[in-house]
Design a protein around this ligand. Sequence first.
Ligand code: IPM
Ligand code: MG
Length: 368
Amino acid sequence: MSNPSILILPGDGIGPEVMAEVRKVISWFGEKRDLAFDVSEDLVGGCAYDKHGTPLHDDTMAKAQEVDAVLLGAVGGPKYDNLDFSVKPERGLLRLRKEMDLFSNLRPAQCFDALADFSSLKKDVVAGLDIMIIRELTSGIYFGEPRGIINEGNERVGINTQRYTESEIARVARSAFELARKRNNKVCSMEKANVMESGILWRDVVQEIHDAEYPDVELSHMYADNGAMQLVRAPKQFDVIVTDNLFGDILSDAAAMLTGSLGMLPSASLGAPMANGRPKALYEPVHGSAPDIAGQGKANPIACILSFAMALRYSFDQGDEATRLEDAIEAVLAQGARTADLLGNEGETPISTSEMGDAILKALDDSL
Ligand code: IPM
Ligand code: MG
């Protein structure tokens, strides 16, 4: 049997430096836990555009389809702001999501005890928070047709289309119910059924799937604007939230900040099972490429390392090893290790990206 395969796409900005820390962690599991992976690396985003004139080369796309999991850093940067829309770095990421059909995007928002003070909300509102946002990732207004900027009379009109089929709603609803059963058995579905037909259909289909297949799970529905308010008012009322592509983009950023820093949040994007039973999968931190701090060793590698923990859990059936890694990160934070994004008081000195990686390796060693 060959080792499971991972394609690493570090991308732009802080992507390469946080991914370097993930590579150390991957090697650690190979050396110390007998969990070896075949790791290859390629380009995505602006760096791919610089080399190939496209943010995702066809060969890279083909590789991504073949491996057991893709780990992505981040894409984009000011250098690429004026590129034509079709070759912007983000298109590389969106093509991966679409062509791998990664319809279920898991974005956990978990508040580590050591960081409860960093949230912009009161400590008791966020302490112990553990929610999971499931964002539909391959449809909706991100991909709907017609789209474009057209001329109408003497002015331009920008057009995007929100479009969801029943089967697209049903499959992401199922993934939310399945996950809820492994957690606190509660799903809240968010849409705008008060103003959008696609929202009415969303609500109906989620309810139908629930009644037919998951009556044991507690289901509620909420308008997405109210959901945004509830997320900052009383986030602990939620367990699993399921929502569409655009609302999920926005609500997951809000949820991320509840935990104190965007530098802490991982994500998994999962599709249908492949022939070997593993789901098509891409793992990436929720944070972006942060060009303002790129290349300075300031970035927090934890979101990217936690994304690898999600890969251990969801692609490689290594839940215990995922927990080992998450516990190591928790221990390092409890000991006071802080990258610059996690500093509260003036006078504290941050550690660098690679020092954080090393501290996590040390905590992993201590776990043996
Ligand atoms: C995200 C990002 C992306 C999105 C961008 C980079 C295309 O904001 O993953 O949340 O809008 O989906
Ligand atoms: Mg986003």
